[in-house]
Write a protein of this length. Sequence first.
Length: 112
Amino acid sequence: MRNPVILERVAAPAIPTPEGAERRVLAHGGGMMLVEFTFPKSGIEAPMHSHPHEQLGYVKSGAIDLHMNGETTRLTEGGSYYVPPDMPHGVTILEPTVLVDAFTPRREDFLA
């Protein structure tokens, strides 16, 4: 029987996003989800949006401007951020970037 606590990398395909990134679900279980976003070039804008999920993000590589709560914060490799539920937020990609985001509850729309 497989241990439900141990999650191996999901062999999920990368899904293109409307902004020109790729989204890959890395793992999900219970009420949580881990997702990787790869932005291949600078200048990509993820427009302001909101969702009912809490979100924690980590800049694995690259650099972004995070727009939230009327402010813009520059984050580079190793930076992290928290987005409360229903908070409008967006990003501007400053160079090729990989973000890893955790969502709770999990994003069912990312599993469809």
